[in-house]
Design a protein around this ligand. Sequence first.
Ligand SMILES: [Zn+2]
Length: 154
Amino acid sequence: MRIGYGWDSHEFKLGIPLKIGGVTLEHPQGLGGHSDGDVLLHALTDALLGALAEPDIGTLFPPSDPQWNGADSVVFLREALKRMREKAYGIVNVDATLILAAPKIAPHSPTIRQRIAELLGIPLDCVGLKAKTPEGLGTDNAAIAHAVVLLQKD
Ligand SMILES: [Zn+2]
């Protein structure tokens, strides 16, 4: 078995869509930076790559490369999954924590978990997702995601 851990953060910016966990959420601000700024998919991708001791997301898909501007982060996750299958591993479960001031994630949590389960090809009850507000961190203008994944050899 192998464990992997990923972490990511992006800054909120006005006038761009908010994508979290492959789901577009209704919000006046989206996440800027690398690709579509999907902080949760980036953390999950890095957790998978980390478990496999593969290069991280920023190395495989450099933010400086214009081809990744606005890219769908599902592309990065699929590459990590491809590398996982090549090494004959499967996912046991994933668990993630989001830290952001707004929007409230709870109402969207079932949809996001469903989408992640679908993208990873694992049952819904193998996808954990928690959301917290950044009490005392002073990071109200950012979204942060932590993710862990457990892999098992086929
Ligand atoms: Zn990112």
